[in-house]
Ligand binder design. Structure first.
Ligand SMILES: [Zn+2]
Length: 115
């Protein structure tokens, strides 16, 4: 399961980056593209499992889905590619070229403020 590995990597990274031993993680933000998209439910479940007993336990996990850009070959409009409706948003043709899919990124780890 792809998501379980990703979740484990997030927890490992957070633990390695913790400014202080025992400092809690409050929030983690990740982003992914459309083709290698993460399943929200699976990643949240995986994160819960992987974070149990670590400084990440109870942290909020936010997943940003970055749209894939496409350019229509007919009318040259740029639009966000929708896997469920792969058509130009202006002229409705399916003849377009796709941009690069966004990579899977760990964008932000928020640690609890320490006194
Ligand atoms: Zn078009």
């Amino acid at each position: 399961m792809h998501e379980a590995i990703v979740a484990q990597n997030i927890v490992d990274t957070a633990v390695a980056q913790a400014p202080k031993k025992g400092g809690k993680v409050t929030r983690v933000v990740i982003s992914c593209g459309q083709i290698n998209a993460l399943n929200d439910e699976a990643i949240k479940f995986g994160f819960e499992m992987a974070s149990a007993g670590t400084i990440c336990q109870g942290a909020k996990l936010k997943i940003k889905h970055i749209p894939l850009k496409a350019v229509c070959k007919n009318c040259h409009k740029k639009f966000d590619f929708d896997l469920y409706n792969p058509k130009c948003s202006k002229c409705g043709k399916s003849d377009f070229s796709l941009g690069d899919d966004a990579p899977l990124l760990l964008e932000e780890i928020e640690f609890e403020e320490q006194q």
